[in-house]
Design a protein. Structure first.
Lengths: 118, 114
């Protein structure tokens, strides 16, 4: 079974400071990992994903994430936070070893609310 | 923004009513999904489809039903709405050619059952 944990319900950061939103996962094999952002009363927007290769993945809006296999983590980062980054962030995992109908399912974490303080 | 649409965006109805939440995508994606999300909380998959005439239930049990008669259309129906159905419903789609495909989400329908 695959699972995702986002250990922080809320992260507060001052505008201009670097931000990190944490995510750890559990899968049978090598994971496919995704980050999404959700603004109030909106759907989820795709930020980035890790499939294979370089452990540092760059995505939309200046976000990046680092895959760490030994720590089973995929933390989302941004060098300089903006007030407009304030939103709900979701990490998701898919186990490529899943077979049949379950192979395309994403398992989401509970989400982390990011607040960037002016 | 992905080309995936949901209507209505907001719906307030009384108990016992039949409702259909619409979802359509113009990307020609084979796979489509319905998620349920309570306020500020994680998403749970309730239905998915791998193509026309294919539907499966997800991890979270739901009293809703879905159909996939056309590739671009994946409506969700509640025959008799109850207050426990109050939630946000998110539709998503993906190309489906391989398991690393990205899922793209619609804006969601926020349902309130009185």
């Amino acid at each position: 079974a695959q699972s995702v944990a986002q250990p922080e319900d809320q992260v507060n950061v001052a505008e201009g400071n670097p931000l990190t939103v944490k995510c750890t996962y559990s899968v049978s094999g090598n994971p496919y990992l995704f980050w999404y952002v959700q603004y109030p009363n909106r759907g989820l927007q795709f930020l980035l994903k890790y499939i294979t290769g370089d452990n540092l993945v760059k995505g939309s809006y200046g976000f990046e994430a680092e895959f760490n296999k030994s720590q089973t983590s995929f933390h989302l980062k941004k060098p300089s936070a903006l007030v407009s980054d304030s939103a709900l962030y979701f990490c998701a995992v898919r186990d490529p070893l899943s077979v049949g109908a379950g192979s395309y399912q994403l398992t989401f974490g509970k989400g982390t609310k990011l607040s960037v303080i002016p | 923004e992905a080309d995936i649409y949901q209507t209505p965006r907001y719906l307030v109805i009384g108990t016992g009513k039949k409702i259909t939440l619409e979802c359509s995508q113009t990307m020609g994606h084979d796979k489509m999904y319905w998620y349920q999300q309570d306020p500020g909380m994680e998403l749970h998959l309730i239905h998915y489809s791998y193509g026309v005439n294919s539907t499966e239930k997800g991890d979270l049990s739901s009293e809703s039903t879905v159909s996939r008669i056309r590739t671009e259309h994946f409506p969700l129906t509640l025959e008799s709405a109850r207050p426990s159905h109050t939630s946000q419903y998110l539709c998503a789609s993906s190309e489906g050619h391989w398991t690393a495909d990205t899922q793209y989400f619609g804006p969601g329908t926020r349902l309130t059952v009185l």
